[in-house]
Design a binder for this molecule. Structure first.
Ligand SMILES: Cc1cc2nc3c(=O)[nH]c(=O)nc-3n(C[C@H](O)[C@H](O)[C@H](O)COP(=O)(O)O)c2cc1C
Length: 226
């Protein structure tokens, strides 16, 4: 089982988010999965330029590390997104990656995969950021197994750290268990079904302007017997 962890902190694994992610990864390791960590601070992921090439031919035109990350997302069984709270949202590094995933989102290309989220903040709104990340996961077609977030208590410390770390390791194990069991998350089905209708309808509407996505949905519907 392959788990890909993507961290969007400019402090990489050395910061608060990295420390919490590390605990989630301990749980993943205990479950026996193979881990790859991608730290966006050391990778080049430029902002989307809205050229529409991903919709037209399935490949992004920008020559940076995005296509490699995309291939790793497509190849993994599960992934973890980890970001600090930057102004009630994810860091710019993580947001750039989210935007570049627009083509994957239009295809809901990560259907059948599972994801967990990790967030840290200076003072709160952890649930708000986790909910945003979870929605991103669902737009990719994937299942969100849950997230863990915490405000920092002081310099590089969390309040009730022992309890937080136990929950983090449990989340890592839950991610792997969900993959093994092909766990259903029915509470997310409504959003995904509505999004599927909306996005496949948009692709139909764009017809020959977005040929890659049109073909993708044609095959997807055929495989689903629709
Ligand atoms: C640019 C910037 C924006 C931030 N915005 C918020 C915020 O809106 N709310 C909050 O609680 N903390 C905010 N913080 C604090 C970070 O979320 C917090 O320190 C986090 O744990 C940093 O994680 P890291 O060490 O992994 O980078 C911000 C920090 C920076 C540098």
């Amino acid at each position: 089982m392959k788990i890909l962890a993507i961290i969007g902190s400019p402090r990489g694994m050395q910061g608060n988010t990295g420390r919490l992610l590390d605990e989630v990864l301990s749980g993943v390791r205990e479950a026996g999965a193979e881990i790859e960590i991608l730290s966006l601070k050391s990778l080049n992921v430029q902002p989307c330029v809205a050229c529409d090439m991903c919709h037209k031919d399935g490949i992004c035109n920008i020559k940076d590390d995005y296509e490699t990350i995309k291939d790793k997302l497509l190849a993994c069984d599960g992934f973890i997104l980890a970001s600090p709270n930057y102004i009630f949202s994810v860091s710019a590094q993580m947001k750039a990656l989210f935007d570049r995933c627009n083509g994957l989102i239009h295809c809901m290309a990560l259907e059948g995969k599972y994801a967990a989220m990790v967030e840290t903040s200076g003072g709160g709104e952890d649930e708000e950021v986790l909910a945003y990340m979870s929605r991103f996961v669902n737009t990719l077609g994937a299942n969100s197994v849950g997230g863990i977030g915490s405000a920092v208590a002081g310099v590089r410390t969390f309040s009730d750290e022992e309890n937080l770390y136990t929950k983090a390791r449990t989340l890592g194990k839950k991610l792997c268990q969900s993959i093994t069991d092909k766990q259903a998350y029915p509470d997310q089905d409504g959003f995904r079904a509505a999004f599927r209708l909306r996005i496949s309808g948009l692709v139909d509407f764009m017809q020959e302007y977005w040929p890659f996505e049109r073909e993708y949905w044609k095959k997807k519907r055929m495989n689903a017997g629709m």
